[in-house]
Design a protein around this ligand. Sequence first.
Ligand code: DGY
Length: 318
Amino acid sequence: MTKRILVTQPVPEAAERVLEGFEVSWNRGPRLEPPELLARATGRHGILCLLTDGIGPAILSLPGLEAVSTVSVGYDHIDLTAAVEHGIVVTHTPDVLTETTADFAWALLMAVARRVVEGDSYVRRGRFQGWDPLLLLGSDVHGKCLGIVGMGRIGRAMARRAQGFDMRVAYYDPLLKYPDAAAVTLDELLAQADFVTLHVPLSESTHHLIGWAELARMKPTAYLVNTSRGPVVDEAALVQALSSGTIAGAGLDVFEREPRLEAGLAGLENVVLAPHIASASRETRERMAVMAAQDLKAVLEGRTPSHPVPLTGHRRAK
Ligand code: DGY
């Protein structure tokens, strides 16, 4: 029997070749609203989805469904408890986006510290009158302290980049150890770091990990960079911290209620905003799509996928 797949949203073309031989329903239009997604997923053996598709119990309990493969490293949009309950294999795309994401986190860090976006807009608006020793002064990056929250793959890639800038690196991670940097508590990290960069997955324990109390612990000269997930930061508290000078600035690729922004955020000059594009290089997005498609194909052909989501802790309900 030819197995049936739903591809929920447009993905790089290379994934299409991987899925040749399956009966694929491609959604080439905009994101499907939940009822339509459920309807289109019905009768499918596999789903290739994106992080903007909510994959909950209604989909995961569909008869015949075997696997859900997401074109993302994060999988907080998939209900893993329901996946375990219904024996669905879930796969994701780690590793391939590590360096690209760290490049972009670094770009945000540099952009906000050195006021690159403000400078661009200043020149474009015709305000540049010649060199001025006091114009758009920012903060040095080299020689400062980088505080990394979450020392997984991307956190480590940030630590490696920091070496080239002669930075001291401190990190907070309750589980992972990294020998080449100082392990500290979150409070210590917030108090010491000139740049705090977030690299944790979204879970119950990381939701609002950075709230008002944490922002208030940071130096008034420090910057926050978030390329992980928006809800890791309490965005209302961040707007307050940025507008009151509690911290110096922020570089954000992710938002608490994407694509909406917290009121007041877009009006601030000390924040650089990006539309969740940290992994968006042509090469990486293609690798992510191919990896997700290959893993979906593997499961549907009865093979073990290379990048299953770890389901430890997500127990089958009694
Ligand atoms: C992911 O993969 O989870 C990122 O947020 C997008 O690349």
